[in-house]
Ligand binder design. Structure first.
Ligand code: RAM
Length: 335
């Protein structure tokens, strides 16, 4: 082929790529999670891989070494430079990430927060795992049943800045105002920062400083598994009741040996899967991101965009699910 012809063919090819409808381009979706080494987010990653596989998109998974917003901001900065098309983020702080996410949005990148939200200014949509009020209240209800509604209780959370845990804790405190909990006393809220060892040590600290403690709620999969291990190591299984949000795979042994009678969670694989479909809808223009719009979420069917409690837009995945001795075997290998 002559040089001139080559040039013409080249120009035509470039023109063709730009003329392709948005949905036919090779999009790259990046998932940024709270921190590395958390099996909950490994499950979200699976869902993201599944959805991007179905939709023919590229998928990048990134996690800061520890669950800090500084780490996430650095990663997002690099993803903007890489010109990814969409960022799915579970945030370590709802406000700290906003300026960097706005930069991403200004450059045409779609931002879908999931699991732990960012303020409306820093996202297009939020995927809410389940009704926040219900998640908060149900954990108090489960613990109350275990301790017959009486005694000192404590909460072992993730970090003090994470939006999901903080909202659930607010709803726990609301639930505790109901008359049936008059004899339950919330004596401490401590933070294990979603790090295994820190959570374990915070649990030991509670056992030491609160000798009358009757129960612990840990609304984080990392905190819950670490607290279960601490209770077992200290011979306190069955003496201090434990519930919270946990992965069946991590908690099965503790449910079987009675360290925790029941825990709750939703499906984290579906969380990664659905947030990917949401980003894809916005990327291809099949979704505008307006209240009342129906979102196609692949094998999960359809969801509708609604207004979130913070005034932004959200999609709700489903309802939390309770795991106990009767169903733990079915789920222990799933996530
Ligand atoms: C931890 C994380 C995550 C939360 C679960 C329940 O894995 O903090 O954000 O949703 O627990």
């Amino acid at each position: 082929m002559s040089r001139k012809r080559l040039l013409v063919v080249g120009v035509l090819l470039v023109a063709l790529v730009f003329a392709l409808p948005a949905y036919a381009r090779d999009f790259t979706i990046a998932m940024v999670v709270k921190g590395a080494g958390n099996p909950f987010f490994e499950a979200c990653r699976k869902g993201g891989e599944e959805a991007t596989g179905e939709l023919g998109l590229n998928f990048i998974f990134q996690a800061p070494a520890t669950p800090t917003s500084e780490g996430q901001i650095e990663l997002i900065d690099a993803l903007i430079a890489q010109q990814v098309d969409a960022i799915l983020v579970s945030a370590n702080d709802p406000d700290a990430l906003v300026p960097m996410l706005r930069r991403a949005m200004d450059r045409g990148i779609i931002v879908v927060a999931f699991d732990s939200g960012v303020a409306p200014a820093g996202r297009h949509l939020f995927l809410n795992q389940a009704d926040m009020e219900l998640i908060g209240r149900i954990q108090v209800q489960m613990l109350a049943e275990m301790i017959d509604g009486e005694g000192e209780i404590a909460i072992l959370s993730a970090t003090s800045t994470m939006a999901n845990q903080n909202t659930w804790i607010q709803w726990m405190q609301e639930e505790l105002k109901e008359p049936e909990y008059a004899k339950m006393d919330l004596v401490a809220i401590v933070y294990g920062d979603d790090l295994r060892e820190k959570s374990y040590n915070e649990a030991l600290g509670l056992f030491r400083s609160r000798p009358n403690l009757k129960g612990i709620i840990s609304p984080t999969t990392v905190g819950l598994a670490a607290t279960a291990r601490a209770l077992e190591d200290q011979g306190l299984s069955g003496k201090i009741a434990l519930t919270g949000l946990g992965l069946p795979s991590e908690m099965a042994e503790y449910i079987r040996n009675g360290t925790s009678e029941a825990i709750a969670l939703w499906n984290p694989i579906d969380l990664g899967y659905v947030s990917t479909y949401m980003a894809h809808g916005l990327l291809t223009g099949t979704l505008k991101g307006e209240i009342g719009e129906v979102v196609n979420v692949g094998r999960m069917g359809e969801r509708t965009i609604t207004e979130a409690a913070d005034g932004g837009l959200e999609v709700v995945l489903g309802a939390p699910f309770v795991f106990d001795i009767d169903n733990i075997d079915e789920w222990a290998d799933v996530y």
